[in-house]
Ligand binder design. Structure first.
Ligand SMILES: Nc1nc2c(c(=O)[nH]1)N[C@@H](CN(C=O)c1ccc(C(=O)N[C@@H](CCC(=O)O)C(=O)O)cc1)CN2
Ligand SMILES: NCC(=O)N[C@@H]1O[C@H](COP(=O)([O-])[O-])[C@@H](O)[C@H]1O
Length: 216
């Protein structure tokens, strides 16, 4: 890994609590990286304010301004390259990315997903877990591939589901773990310990298991 500090370009769509966890970890000296820029596809994302408060360049690239996914992703790629990125960090980014975009950042594009993949790919994961009567749920950090939420898992964390849970209760319990594990994974990446090879996640030259619970 070069002596320069790892540049993280963070993509958001909403509140930005994972972005804030990354900003806080960097400020506390727990993550050796810099956020080179923040991009939101939604103008009202509170995460844009979080970035501005931290003195980080932040812009809205509104997907509704584009005719199709391919043109949006081309503009998104150009903006990321303008900011500079050793790693593109999806942090609550709610747009499905084209294969061309994903391939342009292969191996340095990660996402945090609120379920124990491969369960509950897609949206509304907490409500689906509750509706199914699951006793456990959780979060996965994975490399992004063209297959939606199908990329190699890097780390997972489990949380209990309680009988009286509503989706927001479960989301809060999951997000508490998200804020803990995302800076951890990004630290592995910035230290040159984490990579993706042959569609597998590799940590310290060891292939990571398909499901690996961080709180075991
Ligand atoms: N090609 C890939 N793109 C994305 C991945 C991925 O693994 N491969 N991960 C997602 C993140 N994600 C869940 O973790 C996710 C985000 C968005 C959607 C979705 O259905 N989006 C809709 C719009 C929904 C909305 O605006 O509320 C869409 O893009 O049409 C599903 C899963 C990020 N992208
Ligand atoms: N499919 C992607 C997805 O649902 N991501 C989820 O959105 C939330 C964003 O929170 P944040 O904006 O406060 O970081 C997080 O819980 C993240 O797991």
């Amino acid at each position: 890994m070069s002596s320069t500090v790892t540049k993280l370009c963070v993509l958001i769509s909403g509140n930005g609590s994972n972005l804030q966890a990354i900003i806080d970890a960097i400020a506390a000296g727990r993550l050796n990286a810099v956020v080179s820029g923040v991009i939101s596809n939604r103008p009202n994302a509170y995460g844009l304010e979080r970035a501005a408060d931290a003195g980080i360049e932040a812009i809205c690239l509104d997907h509704t301004d584009f005719d199709d996914r391919a043109s949006y992703d081309a503009a998104l790629r150009a903006q990321i390259e303008a900011f500079g990125a050793d790693c593109v960090v999806l942090a609550g980014f709610m747009r499905i990315l084209t294969p061309e975009f994903v391939d342009a950042f292969a191996g340095k594009l990660v996402n945090i997903h609120p379920s124990l993949l491969p369960k509950y790919k897609g949206l509304h994961t907490h409500q689906r877990a509750i509706d199914n009567g699951d006793e456990e749920h959780g979060v996965s950090v994975h490399f992004v591939t063209p297959e939606l939420d199908g990329g190699p898992v890097i780390i997972q964390c489990r949380v209990p589901v309680f009988e009286d849970d509503v989706a927001s209760d479960l989301a809060e319990r999951v997000q508490e773990q998200e804020r803990r594990i995302y800076p951890l994974v990004l630290g592995w990446f910035s230290a040159g310990r984490l990579s993706m090879r042959d569609n597998k996640a590799i940590l310290d030259e060891q292939e990571l298991p398909e499901t690996g619970y961080a709180n075991e």
